[in-house]
Design a binder for this molecule. Structure first.
Ligand SMILES: *Cc1c(COP(=O)(O)O)cnc(C)c1O
Length: 234
């Protein structure tokens, strides 16, 4: 598997230069952009290769996969839950994740809060916002986001750290620049409210297809998968 290892290593190095170039265009330091490598369907050995290249943050959208990988990988990975989370599965990940990107309902917030309290933890979360208004996507509507954040801010074992969105998959990422810009504006607007227990620090946006545009629009967490590990299921 040496060849595969070389490909991943090369992919990460290319990703880093592209991130650095986009960060420069945004007037930022590349180290301000946190790369969460998305490992869905990726085998643990290949995740380890990415870890050896200095990637420490990994994202999964399925509870079962996250739990399995967090348990078998013997390296110090930080795990991010990036996909829709069912309330009855919160208990499995509560002691394994460093950040949940996909808070999308009050019921889910209540359950995270309850489980976090039991585990003696405070869980960092991002609110997923459906900026593009796609009916197939989860997320809070932009117009409801402020009220949602206020309500969750009263929960003692959850700390909101920012916002996340998934842009529609389009051939030209320029077409979704407005989505990223919209999320950034929302972050600024909510930040101005100075809500107790809430910090509007992280903007999680941008995947393999569109991370450069996302960084230009203010992303400081990106979630690339394919550009690191190659096409899934192929
Ligand atoms: C799959 C996935 C990604 C990564 O997508 P790529 O196109 O492989 O980079 C990022 N974010 C979420 C929420 C995902 O489900």
């Amino acid at each position: 598997m040496t060849e595969d290892r070389d490909i991943i290593t090369e992919n990460i190095s290319e990703l880093r230069s592209r991130v650095a170039a986009a960060a420069a265009r945004a007037g930022k330091d590349p180290s301000d952009i946190r790369i969460v490598a998305v490992t869905k369907t990726v085998e643990p050995e290949r995740i380890k290769t990415a870890f050896r290249c200095g990637i420490t943050d990994f994202g999964e959208n399925r509870v079962q996969e996250l739990v399995k990988k967090a348990d078998i990988l013997d390296v110090e990975c930080k795990w991010h839950m990036i996909g829709h989370l069912q309330t009855n599965k919160v208990k499995y990940i509560i002691d394994k994740v460093c950040l949940i990107h996909s808070l999308d309902s009050i019921e889910l917030a209540n359950e995270i809060n309850r489980r976090a309290e039991k585990a003696g933890r405070v869980i960092d979360v991002l609110v997923q916002v459906n900026v593009a208004g796609e009916s197939t996507k989860y997320g809070i509507e932009p117009a409801s986001a402020l009220d949602f954040v206020k309500e969750v801010s009263r929960m003692g074992n959850i700390r909101i750290k920012g916002l996340m969105t998934i842009a529609p998959l389009v051939p030209d990422p320029e077409e979704v620049r407005w989505v990223f810009r919209g999320l950034r504006q929302l972050l600024i607007d909510i930040g101005k409210e100075n809500i107790d227990n809430v910090s509007m620090k992280y903007l999680s946006m941008g995947m393999s297809n569109d991370f450069e545009v996302a960084i230009e629009e203010g992303a400081n967490i990106i979630r690339p998968g394919t550009v690191i590990f190659g096409k899934r299921g192929g």
